[in-house]
Design a protein around this ligand. Structure first.
Ligand SMILES: Cc1cc2nc3c(=O)[nH]c(=O)nc-3n(C[C@H](O)[C@H](O)[C@H](O)COP(=O)(O)OP(=O)(O)OC[C@H]3O[C@@H](n4cnc5c(N)ncnc54)[C@H](O)[C@@H]3O)c2cc1C
Length: 325
């Protein structure tokens, strides 16, 4: 019998109380545009279409949070191994060069039943990530360790350092500019590593983070420049058009790096077609973060965070549904 994944912890703790009140089945309805599908096949099909029809890269991510049992940990690991094999075998990517091929993104909490934010020791997470990263390297795909709440920051950087020392130098990481510590973290990155810059989705306390979004994005620009000057590959991940433009038109030219040293990233389902089309037309590499689920309960936390970022989605979907005739 197929193993049915379970989630023990819904709703997500970072989300505002109104969004938290929406029952899971409605979250699924409202947030549907943010998910590529409920199988490995659908995720790869979506990535293949994004590439062939719009010239957009993908970073594929299995939504699997709040893991309750070791079977689910194993299932998540196996799913990534399958995802990597199938992506490499997908004819649609055969002609894409290394930087344009899909990457895979992983959340460390998907590989342990003892998450750090609940006082656990993340047992098993490092081994699972190492297995997947080694497989990805053998198959020629790059992977990225997503960054979760502040409880995971040190653990993630420590693991990243170990993987790089073991020769898994294709593993990239994420820096969240809302955290005060991030400026110092720039100095502990392995040389030349791929870095995704984001403001950070987790609501962190003022004792460790800033709360002004504009300041977070100013930091994105500042850190992007530092990283490019230090030889890193920068993935500038925001939907804020003026900041994307400042990155591409001011920061990148100021550092003199070529198009093979940076890209712009956005989330699948966030409507930015015009901007992405324009950037592609100018030769800027663009990638969407493409999440998929195998069991909807495990996608609910991610989807709630998306609705929290953009509550209007609830009204847009409800209006489309009411007036669909
Ligand atoms: C590729 C990618 C990977 C990410 N990886 C991580 C990670 O590993 N760890 C982490 O903590 N965070 C991650 N994030 C999330 C990120 O930290 C932000 O929470 C998210 O990108 C929203 O911030 P913003 O910079 O777009 O700015 P915002 O100010 O939040 O948004 C800018 C504009 O985009 C619109 N917008 C934003 N989100 C949505 C949405 N869901 N639907 C419709 N419109 C929207 C807003 O309405 C606003 O007009 C990632 C984001 C991206 C794009």
């Amino acid at each position: 019998m197929a193993h049915e994944p379970t989630a023990r912890h819904d709703p997500a703790p970072t989300v505002n109380p109104l969004i938290r009140l929406i029952p899971p089945f409605l979250v699924r309805v409202f947030a549907r545009p943010y998910v590529a599908g409920d199988s490995v096949e659908q995720a790869i099909r979506t990535a293949s279409q994004l590439w062939s029809e719009r010239g957009l890269g993908s970073s594929l991510d299995l939504l699997a949070e709040d893991i309750e049992d070791e079977d689910t940990v194993q299932r998540n690991t196996d799913t990534y191994l399958e995802l990597i094999d199938r992506t490499v075998g997908e004819p649609g990517f055969a002609a894409a060069d290394a930087l344009d091929r899909p990457t895979v993104s992983m959340k460390l909490s998907s590989y342990t039943t003892r998450p750090l934010e609940r006082g656990g020791d993340a047992r098993g997470a490092a081994d699972a990530i190492r297995t997947i990263a080694a497989h990805a390297r053998r198959k020629g795909l790059r992977c990225t360790l997503d960054m979760e709440s502040r409880h995971w920051t040190d653990f993630t950087f420590d693991l990243l350092g170990q993987l790089h020392r073991e020769g898994l130098t294709d593993v990239g990481c994420v820096l969240q500019t809302r955290l005060d510590r991030t400026e110092a973290d720039l100095d502990r990155l392995p040389p030349g590593i791929r870095v995704r810059l984001v403001i950070g989705i987790y609501a962190e306390p003022e004792s460790v983070a800033i709360t002004d979004k504009r300041e977070m994005k100013e930091r994105m620009l500042r850190f992007a420049r530092t990283l490019l000057e230090r030889g890193h590959y920068v993935e500038f991940a925001t939907h804020d058009e003026p900041f994307v433009r400042r990155f591409v038109d001011e920061v990148v030219p100021a550092t003199g790096v070529g198009p093979d040293r940076f890209e712009v990233q956005m989330l699948y389902g966030v409507p930015r077609d015009r901007l992405l089309g324009e950037l592609r037309g100018r030769g800027v590499r663009c990638r969407l973060y493409v999440p998929f689920a195998l069991g909807w309960p495990m996608a609910i936390a991610y989807l709630r965070r998306r609705l929290d970022e953009y509550p209007s989605m609830v009204f847009l979907v409800a209006r489309n549904w009411l007036f669909r005739g």
